[in-house]
Design a protein around this ligand. Sequence first.
Ligand code: ATP
Ligand code: MG
Length: 416
Amino acid sequence: MSKPKTPQAIRGTQDIFGPDAEAFVFVVETFERVRKLYRFRRVEMPVFERTEVFARSIGETTDIVSKEMYTFDDRGGESLTLRPEFTAGIARAFLTNGWQQHAPLKAATHGPVFRYERPQKGRYRQFHQIDAEIIGAAEPQADVELLAMADQVIRELGIEGITLHLNTLGDADTRDAWRAALVEYFGAVRGELSEDSQERLDKNPLRILDSKDPRDRKFVAEAPKIDAFLSDDAQRFFDAVTRGLDAAGVKWQRAESLVRGLDYYRHTAFEFIPDEGTAAADALGSQSTILGGGRYDGLMASLGGPATPAVGWAAGIERLAMLVGERGEIEADAVVVLEDDSRMGRAIATVKKLREAGWKTELFAHGSPRKRFDKARKVPAHVLVTFPVTDDKVSTRVMGDGGEVHTAIESLVQFD
Ligand code: ATP
Ligand code: MG
């Protein structure tokens, strides 16, 4: 009989372990700390929604909806989709739960999202995002608060050389006029554009500006700029955002062709991108955007709700984790070595007491006594506690320069 084959992981998923897992959790913990500083409320969202939640809010013509969603019928015949992002689900929840009463609602969450993309470094089919949204706030101050928070998350992660690239997409009038100018400009060179962009020309010409194809890039530089079409209101809004960012000390740079992939954006659109030539840019290669977002005043209406202004961002946890540097294994305060199993009960009681007192403690009671010592010595801990074979005493030894710790442990645990 042949040995049964072990099933492989799904392409584009990751099993995160060791220093990578510590880096991942460092990103999440830093985000959690910073969102509390800004008093964003935590929300926990379902991993799947009715397909229409994403189709209607993100837009049928976007890459996400047209090519990247994991969509399936459940056993009741309902079309469901694994969330490709958080914003649409949070907007749905805002409407279905009556969260209007909390507006402006500052909400934050993190977790897995799913997109059917070609897997490569920094690009996966299941990845993870941290996400922050301010819903029900029309003022540019909300954009500033949200961006200041993003900036602080990145700085507290210790990531250097990242710049906020900022654009405005204006209001509806601005967008329509700009769009018409882009159609005229790109229409004149239609045949020289990539196949994808020829299609975008009909469906959503703004997105040609977002193209990475060199055939498109060479026309993008000279394409009409939005500033020529900005209404007075849109210009005032943008000015208020940039003044606020300056006041908050958030460095930014204007990115006139930044449009973002999704249909629902208005006014502010932004991405945090590593500066060229920095370690961060090298580490990420071509998958360089670490955080992106903007204002989505039109989204709630596309879900059938009342017009509700909102602004938000999401960042890839894996991409951030690649930039935070080596995170060692968890440190220990004490390691306890049991040399002889006859004293197992004592050892178990000891580690229990230490952990209850808040000491990070590991018990080594597996394998030969020599192996137990060898393993324990590899852990950088302040105290080594041993239960030797030869006598019924306990020895506590201070490692490194933790003299105080030695006294503390004796007062915590009565050894025999
Ligand atoms: P990209 O241009 O890299 O495809 P995007 O515009 O599709 O990014 P968003 O929808 O704005 O990305 O998602 C926010 C963040 O999520 C990105 O800035 C990135 O850090 C991360 N991200 C997006 N797609 C992936 C993926 N497939 N794998 C890992 N991280 C991702
Ligand atoms: Mg994408």
